[in-house]
Ligand binder design. Structure first.
Ligand SMILES: [Zn+2]
Length: 111
């Protein structure tokens, strides 16, 4: 589950970077075509708008993707910490602190 959040975040971030690159690359290409008189200014404007939209969505994806990755990593490390600092009560089978002397749920004495 935690790993899925990390993977989802990385996928969204990767798509975001690709979209931003397409946006920037397309804008530069359109600009070059305009200067070389391969495009009239209307077509140029249309292309720039399209690429700006793609790039804009890319930035939104990046804003979602990076925090999602970080949240996933934090949750994962927290979960791992929790696993290593707890153990199971032999009587009631619940997760208890690793250094507990008495089970907080069933009062089982470990001594
Ligand atoms: Zn117990």
């Amino acid at each position: 589950m935690r790993r899925n959040i990390v993977i989802l975040g990385i996928i969204i971030s990767t798509i975001a970077v690709v979209m931003i690159l397409i946006g920037i690359g397309g804008t530069i290409q359109a600009e070059n075509a305009l200067f070389a008189n391969h495009l009239n200014s209307n077509t140029y404007q249309q292309q720039v708008n399209t690429y700006a939209t793609v790039g804009g969505f890319g930035i939104i994806f990046l804003i979602i993707g990076i925090p999602l990755t970080l949240i996933g990593l934090v949750l994962k490390s927290k979960e791992q910490k929790q696993i290593s600092s707890t153990r199971r009560c032999p009587k009631c089978g619940r997760e208890i602190p690793f250094d507990a002397v008495v089970c907080p749920y069933c009062q089982y004495d470990f001594k």
